[in-house]
Write a protein that binds this ligand. Sequence first.
Ligand code: ZN
Length: 135
Amino acid sequence: MTTQTYTGGCHCGNVRYEVDLDLAEGGGRCNCSICRKTRNWSMSVKPDAFRLLSGADDTIDYSRNGLTHWPFCKTCGVRAYGYGDIEEVGGKYVSVNLACLEVDDEKLAAAPIKYFNGRDNDWWHEPSDAEKKFL
Ligand SMILES: [Zn+2]
């Protein structure tokens, strides 16, 4: 396990963060209603591995259920991270949008992709091959 510190943020630069993670653990693609529409590819870390450097006041929070939050930048609309508290996945987490990290293409491409059937709350099975193509 090689945890490294990466920087990342939204498109316009208002939202900036630092996160400690191991890309080799892979990022998740999920078929739940919001992940599908945003084509989310993300990795979750414990809150103490994530440091918001700027932009706390530059986002609008989006939460449909009060448990998961997907703040997006007021200026550029990019959703650079999310956070929440879900008992089934170990409590409080921050979910980092891997496409928002500043990292070499080769390094990012080497990160495994893990698929989750979040739509049916069946997290430990993959969606169908057809659906995986557009997640
Ligand atoms: Zn922005």
